[in-house]
Design a protein around this ligand. Structure first.
Ligand SMILES: CCCCNC(=S)N1C[C@H](O)[C@@H](O)[C@@H](O)[C@H]1CO
Length: 660
């Protein structure tokens, strides 16, 4: 309760501060942000302004830490933060809006105002960013699974029109000219990299935004630094910016911007300080000197620059996106090898970039805020609670959807995480017999009467051989591991079973479909289970729910950030006190530990529950699953050993499947 009251008080103080600043600024009436095309500079309240900015996505950092991170950005020499608006976190179901917690954009803007950092607001509707479906809400696919998003497709544009009617009036309140921190608003994102090149769509977005934001707000676009990209990504009415990573000759990069923006400030909207990860690939790394040398050249040109990312943060819950082809989901950690690491700690790159900036901009005389303390809480004994089937009354309390043939997630209007498809075996299968489908999006765990048979894998494994008796339950638990958020394959994003399942060539019919809401699991489930325990077959355990407690010493005054190291568990989803900390897959790598932010934990005098939904194997006897560890250091750069999907240890010398 105390924390909630503290947040409310903070929130009230922030609103009060914002209103006072609004009043005082409106009294003097000289708040303006504009472009001086002759002087090739931005102008803030009558003075030349050069944005030295960093990307931080509010939906990837717990709101408890927004103030800390924004203050670190100011201390790092930045005057601006750039952030994306993920439409899907704000409108998870059509017409239902969410502006709380990770989606509390107003609190974020008020915090920026209070810290004194300006905002470059990237309004979407599409944002890319390795975020689920590039920020688009999955319910668009319930309207029309064949919808071509990011075009004047009627279903898409009607939804965008309604969303902008909600978002743009909110943004208007926070424009600098109205006393807020927002300097300018970006529409769409790298549209020129998309195949459609639909100028009517860009004009629609511009007209919609202009109509609500007013005549003076600066509306801009961002595209890759090639003529082809900017040609299809920009329109006359918008200020054109480009993005490029470390480069030896930024003059050449900016020459592309000049082809479309002959006058006005030079601006690199995404200067890559690092890069994204995919499960199964090594953690990205960009050399610190390379970043600083290139940043130095950009600043020496007097250009505006936004560092992407300045802090990457975390894809909590099911919010990670994916790229394709081939289909590659991104991990829970969005560390990005950024100046502030995933948990907001200062890195050598932060110090070096700050030093580079100091050559061009006086650093503020404020101390660099300290890193947050980390809890090394040690071992937690995990206890089996229930197989997913024996917990359906909790995780899927409504009647299943019945259908002759399998339906997609979008067809039953359930969009994220897991869905279970169940039918009965039509006859005895005494020999291993092929179960076939190419329509699993993205991983399908096959069981007969809860006995694991194998795993369908999108674009990889389309056959699982099974045995069983007539009438036994054939279950396929499908995991949506994240929708593609970039390029043409964005239009191949329906999830669940998208095609029929055949058994020895015969189409199986008569399916009961269960949407799975793991968020429904709480400590009360422990006492209500009679389940018979998971079954072990082919090295796989029945996907099951396990529970343990975060062993924070009751003597500790309060909890700390910590990292869950669940090795040698294989793959699943973790929740702390109901907070979905994200997907884990240490066997795949490069991410091994999961970041558990302090605000997900409660006072050590109360139990802190860890719930794990393990899909493959706890690597210990089913009756006594392996324990897990809460450590004080992240481990997100294990080197996967390629197609063997196992992880070789590096640095820490920690063997992934042995307990130290
Ligand atoms: C592998 C394809 C990556 C596509 N994304 C690209 S080019 N990027 C540009 C994009 O604007 C940004 O949101 C991020 O998605 C960034 C990569 O981190």
């Amino acid at each position: 309760m105390a924390k909630k009251e503290a947040l409310t008080t903070t929130r009230m103080l922030l609103v009060l501060t914002f209103l006072i600043s609004l009043f005082s600024l409106s009294m003097c009436g000289n708040t303006s942000f504009s472009i001086d095309y002759n002087g090739n500079t931005f102008v803030l309240d009558g003075k030349p302004f050069r944005a030295i900015s960093g990307s931080l996505h509010y939906s990837r950092v717990h709101p408890y830490y927004w103030h800390d991170r924004l203050l670190k950005m100011v201390a790092g020499g930045l005057n601006t933060v750039q952030t994306y608006v993920p439409w899907n976190i704000h409108e998870p179901k059509e017409g239902e809006y969410n502006f709380k917690g990770l989606a509390d954009i107003e609190l974020f803007l008020q915090t920026a105002q209070e810290v004194g950092i300006k905002v470059l607001l990237r309004s979407g509707p599409y944002i890319c960013g390795e975020w689920e479906y590039g920020g688009l809400p999955a319910w668009l696919l319930s309207i029309d699974p064949n919808m071509i998003v990011r075009t004047m497709d009627p279903g898409y544009i009607a939804a965008v029109d309604k969303w902008f009617d909600v978002l743009m009036p909110l943004l208007k309140k926070y424009l600098h000219e109205n006393g807020g921190p927002i300097l300018m608003v970006q529409i769409e994102n790298e549209y020129g990299s998309y195949f459609a090149c639909d100028f009517d769509y860009l004009r629609f977005l511009y007209k919609k935004a202009r109509g609500i934001l007013g005549e003076t707000a600066i509306i801009y676009t961002t595209d890759g630094d090639s003529r082809g990209d900017v040609k299809c990504g920009s329109i006359e009415a918008c200020f054109v910016t480009i993005d490029f990573g470390p480069s030896n000759n930024p003059v050449a990069n900016f020459a592309v911007q000049r082809q479309f923006q002959p006058q006005g400030p030079l601006m690199n909207s995404e200067f890559y300080t690092g890069w994204l990860d995919h499960w199964g690939n090594p953690h990205a790394h960009t050399n610190l000197d390379t970043v600083c040398k290139s940043l130095d050249k950009i600043l020496a040109l007097g250009a505006n620059v936004n560092m992407y990312m300045y802090e990457g943060g975390t894809n909590f819950g099911y919010w990670n996106g994916a790229n394709a082809p081939p289909y590659q989901p991104v991990p829970t950690s969005y560390d990005y090898d950024a100046p502030l690491n995933e948990t907001g700690d200062i890195t050598d790159k932060y110090i070096a970039i700050r030093q580079t900036i100091s050559k061009y901009q006086k650093l503020p005389e404020i101390p660099i805020p300290p890193n947050t303390p980390k809890g090394k809480y040690g071992t937690t004994q995990m206890n089996f609670v229930s197989t997913i089937q024996d917990a359906l009354d909790v995780v899927s309390p409504d009647k299943p959807v019945y259908s002759t043939y399998p339906l997609t997630m979008e067809q039953i209007r359930f969009y994220y995480g897991f869905i279970l498809y169940r039918t009965k075996l039509p006859r005895d299968i005494n020999q291993l017999t092929p179960l076939l489908t190419k329509g699993v999006r993205d991983r399908g765990y096959v069981m007969v009467d809860q006995v694991p048979q194998g795993i369908f894998i999108r674009d990889d494994v389309i056959q699982v051989n099974i045995t069983g008796k007539q009438g036994q339950m054939l279950d396929i638990l499908v995991e949506n591991t994240g929708r593609i958020g970039f390029a043409t394959l964005m239009n191949y994003n329906v999830k669940g079973l998208t095609e029929n399942i055949t058994l020895d060539g015969e189409i199986l019919t008569g399916w009961n479909i269960y949407p799975i809401s793991l968020e429904n699991i709480n400590s009360s489930i422990i006492s209500t289970r009679q389940g018979s325990g998971p079954k072990l077959n082919n090295g796989l355990l029945t996907p099951s729910i396990y529970m343990g407690k975060v062993p924070i010493p009751t003597s500790d005054p309060e909890p700390k950030d910590t990292f869950l190291d669940m090795r040698p568990w294989v793959k699943g989803q973790a929740f702390v006190n109901g907070f979905n900390v994200g997907r884990y897959w240490p066997k795949m790598g490069p991410q091994v530990t999961l970041y558990v932010p302090k605000p997900a934990l409660v006072s050590p005098s109360l139990p802190n529950y860890l719930v794990m939904f393990e899909l493959e194997n706890t690597s210990c006897p089913p009756s006594q699953p392996c324990n897990v560890i809460f450590t004080d250091k992240p481990f997100i750069n294990a080197i996967p050993a390629g197609s063997s999907f196992s992880v070789r240890e590096i640095k820490e010398g920690y063997n992934w499947n042995l307990r130290v």
